[in-house]
Design a protein around this ligand. Structure first.
Ligand code: GTP
Ligand code: MG
Length: 581
């Protein structure tokens, strides 16, 4: 097992064996009402699930505002590994000596951790001044000082025997059994979709922990690039993240350039003396390489560091032990951040969008249409773009096209990244809500019918124009990259995987057409509605016999094919980070 190294107790690994991935934390929230993250203003909460048509009238924050606020919050926050039984009152009193605390929460992840947000950044320096690097008899420590501390109790009186806090709630996603129970007790299919969203969406505490993890990594990267920023992107911030999803991080070095542009005034032009390399790609590889080394050797809690530098989009992958997040750090990947912003806008415009996307992501996972490993299957990102496209095609449309979001843009929204025009309106409040009042039940059924009958062999999916277009190449599934129109985000998907998706969509549409299958039946314990669609075996009995299961040899063959499709030489890798298209 890899050693955990923290501010107060920094250890060298006991042995070099490293787990590729740390187990996810149970993430039991232990907190007191009144001081906890649950108290944060409601606009900071992830968009909640509401009934179709009942939109929240409160002004919605821009993506950049949310990112900046949360980053600033994270900079005032520390992570503390605590003894398992600790007096919360004494703990807070002790920390308050360093300044007022804005909020805090505890969670369990193979040990007890506290996330403590001070009101002022200075408090962290004060706490650091009182902290020491541990001395070990048998091992040498690397005296790396971070905001990740280890708390030791000097006196037993600081322990408590009763449960830690007055109120505790679980942050881990419900088990499948619990989920099916919740879904069965729902009143309608719409209620089922909203229930699933509520149960699995990222919680306020989980979001805070994601930003804090980025902030801790930023501190390490700042040793080389003092003004860098590490932004979370992907499902951690695009409003479609489910508890347990990976943490995609973008190391932003351009922030440095942005600051410097304004300094070029007067007759003198000062610039940094820098080293040059032949291409941006080589620069990216060099930067990630040193940061990867640094995380591996000195990053408290960073284990299983892998440098995947030859991928189309080079990255450093590692596990952050205390938070349990599987992290992917990239740089020079600004378009992905912009894609996250676009998805955030689409997810915030209408409450049905997230409920539908969550359920379809679940459906796809339940039927092994998606996987956590890269391959010839569709990714969550591509599936989400398919849902957005479908919602643009409704009459009246539920979501606007990207072109219409561009037409609403002001001068301040203008954004060109590496020659690609990524301009769209950033202020959500200026986008007119849809007049469409279709129910989630109808939309789910229609989604399956729409893609069960889509001419994938002829047409491409294009959310920029919101209409089908002739496919420019022979890839089985063509989904135009919103910001780089010549690229296909689902180039990795094989014909057999696409066929599987189509078959399952048809089958699901058929199930939903059966009157008795989508009537609530809470008392009978018989699966109904969405539950029926999420049970992999239940569906297959509706398929013609020959389609139920391929012979083992065929399944092995298609697996081998997908692995081959996904070889590093191939540019059709599905992993968003290893092959951005
Ligand atoms: P999950 O991690 O599966 O929950 O979803 P995710 O949206 O975070 O996907 P992933 O971690 O695979 O990728 C992170 C982000 O990278 C996505 O949200 C997109 O913004 C971007 N991305 C992923 N795949 C592609 C791709 O093929 N092309 C482009 N242009 N961007 C991609
Ligand atoms: Mg992700």
């Amino acid at each position: 097992m890899a050693a955990r190294s923290v501010g107060l107790l920094t250890r060298l690994p006991l042995c070099s064996q490293r787990p590729a991935q740390v187990p996810r934390p149970a993430f039991r929230l232990l907190s007191c009402p009144g001081t906890v993250a649950a108290d944060v203003r409601s606009e900071e909460q992830p968009p909640d699930c509401r009934k179709a048509g009942s939109e929240d009238k409160a002004p919605k924050k821009r993506f950049s505002e949310v990112q900046k606020e949360r980053r600033e919050q994270a900079q005032r926050t520390v992570l503390i590994h605590c003894p398992s039984k600790i007096s919360e009152k004494k703990f807070l009193k002790y920390l308050s000596q360093h300044g007022p605390i804005n909020n805090h929460f505890f969670y369990e992840s193979f040990g007890l951790y506290a996330v403590v947000e001070f009101c002022q950044k200075d408090s962290i320096n004060s706490l650091k001044n009182e902290t020491h690097t541990p001395c070990l008899d048998t091992e040498a420590v690397i005296p790396f000082k971070s905001r990740f501390f280890n708390l030791k109790l000097k006196h037993q009186s600081n322990r408590i025997s009763e449960p830690l806090c007055t109120q505790s709630s679980s942050q881990s996603p419900p088990s499948s059994k619990k989920l099916f129970e919740l879904l069965n007790y729902a009143e309608s299919m719409d209620d089922q979709l909203n229930t699933l969203l509520k149960a699995f969406q990222l919680t306020e505490e989980n979001i805070k922990l994601r930003y804090l993890t980025c902030s801790l990594i930023e501190d390490i990267a700042a040793a080389y690039f003092p003004s860098c920023v590490v932004w979370p992107f992907g499902s951690s911030v695009n409003s479609f993240g489910k508890l347990g999803c990976d943490l995609d991080m973008f190391l932003d070095l351009d922030e440095i350039e942005k600051c410097d542009v304004h300094k070029n005034v007067g007759n003198f032009l000062m610039e940094f003396q820098v080293k040059n390399v032949p291409s941006g790609r080589i620069a990216t590889q060099k930067i990630l390489s040193v940061i990867g080394e640094c995380l591996d050797h000195f990053g408290p809690g960073c284990v299983g560091v892998q440098k995947i530098l030859n991928a189309r989009c080079p990255l450093v992958r590692f596990s952050h032990q205390a938070s349990g997040f599987q992290c992917d750090l990239t740089t020079n990947n600004r378009i992905a951040l912009k894609s996250s912003e676009l998805l955030y806008i689409y997810g915030s415009l209408d409450s049905r969008v997230r409920a539908l996307v969550f359920s379809l992501r679940f459906w796809a996972r339940a039927h092994s249409l998606t996987s956590s490993i890269p391959g010839a299957w569709i990714t969550n990102f591509s599936l989400t773009v398919m849902v957005i496209f479908f919602l643009q095609r409704r009459s009246p449309p539920i979501l606007p096209t990207l072109d219409s979001l561009k037409s609403l843009a002001d001068a301040e929204d203008r954004c060109v990244i590496e020659g690609s025009n990524c301009t769209f309106i950033q202020d959500l409040n200026k986008i007119k809500p849809s007049g469409n009042t279709e129910t989630l039940e109808l939309l789910l059924k229609e989604f399956f019918e729409y893609f069960g009958n889509f001419s994938f062999n002829k047409n491409s999916i294009n959310i920029r124009q919101g209409k089908e277009q002739n496919k420019p190449d022979s890839s089985p599934l063509h989904i135009q990259n919103p910001f780089e129109p010549s690229l296909n985000i689902s180039k990795n998907v094989s014909q057999s995987q696409l066929q599987k998706l189509v078959d399952l969509a048809r089958e699901s549409a058929w199930i939903l057409q059966q009157e008795d299958r989508h009537q609530p039946s809470p008392s009978s314990k018989r699966p109904w509605g969405l539950t029926t669609l999420l049970i992999p075996t239940a569906g297959s009995k509706f398929l013609p016999k020959k389609k139920r299961k391929k012979p083992v040899s065929e399944r092995v063959k298609s697996l081998l094919e997908s692995i081959k499709d996904n070889s590093p030489e191939s540019s059709t890798n599905t992993d968003g980070k290893t092959a951005m298209s």
